[in-house]
Every structure is written in structure tokens, then in C-alpha cells.
Design a protein around this ligand. Structure first.
Ligand code: FO1
Length: 349
């Protein structure tokens, strides 16, 4: 009988050499945690999963965009990552499941306006998750179980916090809106005075993954509402800053005109949230938000003119094509795999 051996447990299986201490150390050095929001994560996660060794990638996703809608707990960023990994994500729309239908939504519409659309297949996940949460499961346990059910357990997907911790937005006209009310209902069009990040306790599994990781990657996600919300949890920011290697990916390709309406909405939201902090939506201004974390900053090759400003903040700068997830994943792999340190030197130039 073959004993269960998830990852490198050192168990002696007949015919399978036990990894040496050096091999174990090398393997653990490659463990990568990707901290992310929805869109950026769903695009990058499958490519990164394919680039790194099986079982070495953990994704910590933002839960500040979560909401309770029609009595169900909806976790847009976790679900975008889950669907992305499962190959089910709607790349055109930028959220939800490809080919989903909206029959239940039509029925709900008979009882009042529905400003947040939940697809029929998507609803199945929200029903199951809400039920498990009401039985006392943590969101971490629910999410791990969901990745197994969707056959993508080769990546560990974790919520940043187990607590409902919805971000809210104070608008310049004096309203206080839930993040999704501002983003979806108001189309991210209202000017923002202040963003209120809950700073809920970090989920123990997420914090442990970050503490033990060799490399923590801050994905190409909104630096305020996605990564800012994760880093606002007590202990998260210092855990990231203490990781042996930190890599920050610019969420912006400043020199490229946006044609996709979903991406344009993300950019509008990012501009508004950065403006509330007196910042512009440029790689250098975004890098400034992470200057205490430091490490390597990945910039799109088209934005090379920002390199000096980012280097002045103390980052090593690497350029790649940020609009090509496979190329970005290869760049990350080259930076994180000790066996490919020669390649890492090349991408640094
Ligand atoms: N975005 C929209 O613009 N309109 C919607 O009705 C909508 C519904 C929705 C349902 C489930 C889900 O996982 C995501 C959904 N999103 C919708 C996307 C979501 O609002 C944002 O993309 C993220 O929160 C921003 O990262």
C-alpha cells in the first residue's frame, strides 16, 4: 500500500528515493505565494501554476470585494482565481463563469432591481459556500474544499481573511458605499474621498503560507482595494516585508491604450482610489506604495521610462510583456527558481 505523501514528506516509498535535506531545502526555497485580486489573479494564476513545480504555488486572494447578496456570500476575487485555475473563467467579461446563464437572476428581477448579476452555475458555488459557512466552516476550509471539487488542488487557494471584511468607499458627495455598490452599481464613476479597509485578522493559513514562502509576489492587482486590503490585516505587511524574496508586478501598462471595457472599469477604479491618496495611476506612483516592502518590481517593457524613478525607491527593476501571462509567468519563474539563476540575471537587464 502506497502511503499518502502530499508533496515532500520524506516518507520512504519503495523505489522512490527519499529527498535529501539539501533537496528539501531547495524545493522549499521555491515555494511561491501570489497575493492577488480577481482579474489579475485569474489571468496570471493558470500560467504561473504551469510554470512552477506542482504543489509549490499558493494564492492568497483578497476578500475585501466580498459581499452578501440575496442572502449569499459572494467572494468575487476568490472565485475569479478558482475559475481561472479550473479553466472556467469568462475571459471576455472578466468575471464569473464562461457560458453561464442568468435564469435565476431573471426570476429575482421580478421582486426588485438586481444590480449585481449572479450566473446560474456561479450560484451553485455561492449556495454551497453560504451553507458551509453557516455550519461554522471557515472560509479557508470552504475554499480548499472548492479547489478540490473543481479539480485544481495542485494550487493552494486561500482567502486573506476568514472574516467578512468588506471594503467601503466614502465618496466626495458624502455617501458611504460597499465596495461592490461603488464599483458595479455606480460603475466606479463617483469620486472617492476615502477608502475604508477593514483590516480584519489575517486567516492563519494565509499568514503561515506568507511567513514560510521563499518568494511573495504581489500580483498585477489594484494596489488599494485588492492588495491594500490584504496588507491591511494586522501582521500581513510585516510578514511580506520579511519574505526572503519579494516581487511586485505593476498592474498598469501606462503606454498601452485600453480597449477592453472590463479592463477599462478596473483602470477607472484604480485611478479613483489612487487619486484619493494623492497618487497617479503610474507604475512609479504605485511602486511608492510598496517602498517599505522593497524587492524586485516588474514593469512592462513599454514603460521603461519609469525605471529610474522606481529604482530610486530602492527596487531592482525587471521588464517584460505584462499583457502576456505566459511571458510574465516565465519571468517570475526565472526570478524565483534557484536552478535558473542565470536566466534571472538575464531578465534583470
Ligand atoms: N462585475 C460587474 O461589473 N457586474 C456584475 O454584475 C458582477 C457580478 C459578479 C458576480 C460574481 C463575481 O464573482 C464577480 C462579479 N463581478 C461583476 C465582478 C466584480 O465586481 C469585480 O470584478 C471585482 O470585485 C473587482 O476585482
Amino acid at each position: 500500500v502506497t502511503p499518502p505523501c502530499p508533496g515532500l514528506c520524506g516518507a520512504s516509498i519503495v523505489g522512490t528515493p527519499v529527498p535529501t535535506a539539501t533537496e528539501r531545502a531547495a524545493a522549499s526555497r521555491q515555494s511561491i505565494v501570489l497575493m492577488t485580486g480577481g482579474l489579475g489573479g485569474a489571468r496570471l494564476a493558470p500560467a504561473l501554476r504551469d510554470a512552477v513545480r506542482p504543489g509549490h504555488l499558493t494564492i492568497v486572494a483578497n476578500v475585501g470585494d466580498d459581499l452578501t447578496y440575496n442572502g449569499l456570500r459572494v467572494c468575487p476575487d476568490l472565485d475569479s482565481n478558482l475559475y481561472g485555475l479550473a479553466g472556467l473563467w469568462d475571459t471576455e467579461r472578466g468575471w464569473g463563469r464562461r457560458g453561464d446563464t442568468f435564469a435565476a437572476q431573471e426570476v429575482l428581477g421580478l421582486f426588485g432591481s438586481q444590480w449585481f448579476s449572479l450566473g446560474d452555475y456561479d450560484l451553485g458555488l455561492h449556495l454551497w459556500r453560504s451553507q458551509r459557512l453557516s455550519e461554522g466552516w471557515t472560509l479557508t476550509r470552504v475554499t480548499i474544499q472548492a479547489t478540490l471539487a473543481f479539480l485544481c488542488g495542485d494550487v493552494t487557494l486561500l482567502p486573506a481573511s476568514d472574516e467578512a471584511s468588506e471594503t467601503s468607499v466614502e465618496t466626495r458627495d458624502g455617501r458611504l458605499l460597499g465596495f461592490q455598490e461603488w464599483y458595479v452599481h455606480e460603475h466606479a464613476s463617483l469620486q472617492v474621498r476615502r477608502v475604508r479597509l477593514r483590516g480584519a485578522p489575517a486567516a492563519p493559513a494565509a499568514l503561515a503560507a506568507i511567513t514560510e514562502a521563499d518568494t511573495v509576489v504581489l500580483g498585477p492587482s489594484n494596489p488599494v482595494s485588492s492588495l491594500g486590503a490584504i496588507l491591511a490585516s494586522p501582521g500581513m505587511r510585516s510578514a511580506v516585508a520579511e519574505a526572503p524574496h519579494r516581487v511586485i508586478i505593476s498592474p498598469v501598462v501606462a503606454r498601452e491604450r485600453i480597449v477592453d471595457p472590463g479592463v477599462e472599469r478596473h483602470a477607472t477604479a484604480r485611478r479613483a482610489l489612487l487619486a484619493a491618496q494623492g497618487l497617479r495611476d503610474t507604475p512609479a506612483h504605485i511602486a511608492w506604495l510598496y517602498k517599505d516592502i522593497g524587492g524586485t518590481f516588474i514593469l512592462d517593457s513599454r514603460d521603461n521610462h519609469e525605471r529610474r524613478a522606481i529604482e530610486k525607491l530602492g527596487f531592482a527593476v525587471v521588464t517584460t510583456n505584462l499583457l502576456n501571462p505566459r511571458q510574465l509567468a516565465a519571468t517570475l519563474h526565472a526570478l524565483t527558481d534557484p536552478e535558473r539563476s542565470g536566466a534571472a540575471e538575464q531578465v534583470r537587464t
